[in-house]
Design a protein around this ligand. Structure first.
Ligand code: ADP
Ligand code: MG
Length: 237
């Protein structure tokens, strides 16, 4: 059920000009691949292309054996600013992808409730997004992304706007829920410590391409000594 993603000489950009040139990368099924890079290096651009929201200027991106040509519920997206619908309750936001998958109403409700409980939001199902803290809204986004049972989750600085303590809690929650899903994760951050905590591999973007790829040996442990890896990544940034 897990999804590998392959980039073949993938070039991306906008009318104004190229951003990424001829990237080759194999994202392994079930891995957590973290992308870091300076602001403007093309992290969001790459993620948008993987989501199918931005056509390639050259080359291609494949999800499994299929070229990515548009959005798919197989690839769920989580943004930094919440992409929640402000007029829908928490529960009805989480039900949305389930509805798109054609689940009957009762089942949608049950799955949404289950995921909201897993992210610690039981009792908040009937609130509107604006009635929640930033951290809680990101929990809703995570629940919504995973409730649809995607084969890949694409996350663009999802915890970037949270304070340090809430962020640490969300990182732990993410690791916890990922343990039970087999989804492939592509996670963008500009925080090297976050990258080293979450990643199986870290890709450093810069100068229009991949500067380096760093393997992060397990187990995932906030107390693990990552000094050498951190130095290696910072040097490329
Ligand atoms: P990052 O997420 O790493 O900060 P982005 O992918 O957002 O970088 O941006 C990469 C480059 O593409 C930047 O130079 C940015 O100005 C440009 N860019 C991003 N989005 C657009 C857009 N919608 N239209 C034109 N240029 C864009
Ligand atoms: Mg960005």
């Amino acid at each position: 059920m897990t999804l590998g993603i392959t980039l073949e000489s993938l070039s991306l950009g906008y009318a104004r000009g190229p951003v990424l040139n001829g990237i080759d990368l194999t994202i392994r099924p079930g891995e957590v691949l973290v992308i870091v890079g300076a602001s403007g290096s093309g992290k969001s651009t790459l993620l948008r292309a993987l989501a199918g929201l931005l056509p390639a200027h050259g080359g291609r991106a494949l999800a499994g054996d299929e070229e990515i040509t548009g959005a798919s519920r197989e690839r769920a997206m989580v943004f930094q600013d919440d992409g929640l619908l402000p007029w829908r309750t928490v529960r009805r936001n989480v039900e949305l992808p389930l509805r798109l998958r054609g689940l009957p109403r009762g089942e949608r409700k049950a799955v949404a409730r289950e995921w909201l409980a897993r992210v610690g939001l039981e009792g908040h199902e009937d609130r509107l997004p604006r009635e929640l803290s930033g951290g809680m809204r990101q929990r809703v986004q995570l629940a919504r992304a995973l409730a649809g049972a995607p084969r890949a989750v694409l996350m663009d600085e999802p915890f970037g706007a949270l304070d340090a303590q809430t962020r640490a809690g969300m990182q732990a929650l993410l690791l916890d829920v990922l343990r039970d899903t087999r989804a492939t994760v592509v996670f963008v951050t500009h925080d090297v410590d976050e990258a080293l905590l979450l990643a199986d591999r870290v890709v450093v973007l810069g100068h229009g391409g991949i500067r380096t790829i760093v393997d992060v040996p397990g187990p995932r442990d906030p107390a693990a000594d990552r000094t050498a890896l951190r130095a290696q990544i910072l040097e490329e940034l």
